[in-house]
Design a protein around this ligand. Structure first.
Ligand code: CAA
Length: 371
């Protein structure tokens, strides 16, 4: 039912204006409202806080269907659910949960996750944004880069350094209300893909964040970020699978419609074998995603499975969308047929929430430790 609801929403609503929104970088405000009514904000949050109480498997099914059509919507949903809602629900105090989760589950407030900086991307320990301890508040100064939901989000989960001499053990995670004085946004980023998602840099200039907004013990911020990314990566793997599957569905349809040399092109082995290879890769990616999500739902370790799913799904999303463009020929290179956009969207899945190379670090370290 969840998969069908997401599929109907994507194939009925999102498809209508996805090309125009991509072209003109229009934020999908109306569709975000529909997603709120569908219960896609706070899907996995406990019903105690108004959430859907659903599991990770349900969540990845929804993300995959939405990503078949529009990854901009998928990333808005993904950052909000798997990084911000999960972070506050898993590690927040009773008071923090009561204050924020109800507004997250209704979608009244959207969350953003502020980890990346101009000089701290893959090497996330090198946080330069400072959260100085001033007694009953933190004084925050610094810049965060490539922040999804930076403008539409009204609550930030900020990762910042309090004790530079302690390196990653000095980092804190703070809940920051976006309307605090001293917060400004850079211009909307002109991206290759996901052009209607809301990406900005965020500047902090003497922003006072109350001490009670820190999540966890002093110095817990880096571990919190790593732990959240473990789950977030499963969502991005589902997104990559959806992008590949969307391009595949379009390719099958086109290969039936398009005729060359007196027959539908699906009857040519050159095209049929491409489709066969694409189908196998997508099935493998989906199984890795579902395994990682299932492990998480069972309370088992999912670090390795999540990184494997992210690495594989992102790579095959690039391969499958490139082949989809090839199958479409000249039509694949113009915007009307969607596959060129899906190819642009696929590229980001190899970069954000940990590049493919970072996933290989995580996987190889896990292998070495025998996890
Ligand atoms: N859970 C909990 N703790 C973890 C952890 C995890 N998954 N992974 C590491 N840690 C802990 C370690 O135990 C260690 O703690 P101790 O010192 O107490 O033992 C500490 O964190 C440091 O770990 P490492 O020594 O392994 O750290 P490292 O510097 O070698 O980095 C890394 C590890 C995996 C490369 C990490 O830096 C990383 O994941 N980098 C990529 C960051 C990233 O994904 N950025 C994406 C930005 S968010 C985004 O893209 C959102 C969006 O817009 C969609």
């Amino acid at each position: 039912m969840i998969r069908q609801a997401a599929r109907d929403f994507a194939q009925r609503d999102l498809i209508q204006d996805v090309i125009e929104r991509d072209h003109k970088e229009i934020f999908p405000a109306t569709h975000v409202e529909t997603m709120k009514h569908l219960g896609f904000f706070g899907m996995m949050v406990s019903p105690e806080y108004g959430g859907g109480g659903m599991d990770m498997v349900s969540y990845v099914l929804a993300i995959e269907e939405i990503s078949k059509v529009d990854s901009s919507l998928a990333v808005i949903m993904s950052v909000h659910n798997s990084l911000v809602c999960s972070g506050i629900e898993k590690y927040g105090t009773k008071e923090q949960k009561a204050k924020y989760l109800h507004d997250f589950t209704t979608g009244k407030k959207i969350g953003a996750f502020l980890l990346s900086e101009p000089e701290a991307g893959s090497d996330a320990t090198r946080q330069k944004t400072l959260a100085e301890d001033k007694g009953d508040y933190y004084l925050v100064n610094g810049t965060k880069n490539w922040i999804s939901n930076a403008n539409c989000g009204s609550v930030y989960l900020l990762i910042a350094q309090t004790h530079p001499e302690k390196r990653h053990k000095g980092i804190n995670a703070l809940i920051v209300d976006k309307d605090l004085p001293g917060i400004t946004l850079g211009p909307h980023e002109d991206k290759m893909g996901l052009r209607s998602s809301d990406t900005h840099s965020v500047m902090f200039n003497d922003v006072k964040v109350p001490k009670e907004n820190r999540i966890g013990e002093d110095g817990f911020g880096f571990k919190l970020a790593m732990s959240l990314l473990e789950g977030g990566r499963i969502g991005i793997a589902a997104q990559a699978t959806g992008i590949a599957a969307g391009a595949f569905e379009r390719s099958v349809q086109y290969a039936h419609e398009r005729k060359a040399f007196n027959t539908e092109i699906i009857n040519h082995q050159a095209i049929a074998f491409k489709l066969a290879d694409m189908a196998v890769k997508i099935e493998n990616a989906r199984n890795l995603v579902l395994k990682a999500a299932w492990l998480k739902d069972q309370g088992k370790s999912y670090l390795l499975a999540g990184s494997m799913a992210k690495l594989y799904a992102a790579d095959i999303a690039m391969e499958v969308t490139t082949e989809a463009v090839q199958i479409h020929g000249g039509y694949g290179y113009v915007k009307e047929y969607h596959v060129e956009r899906l190819m642009r969207e696929a590229k980001l899945t190899q970069i954000y929430e940990g590049t493919s190379e970072i996933q290989k670090i995580v996987i190889s370290r896990a292998i070495s430790k025998g996890i």
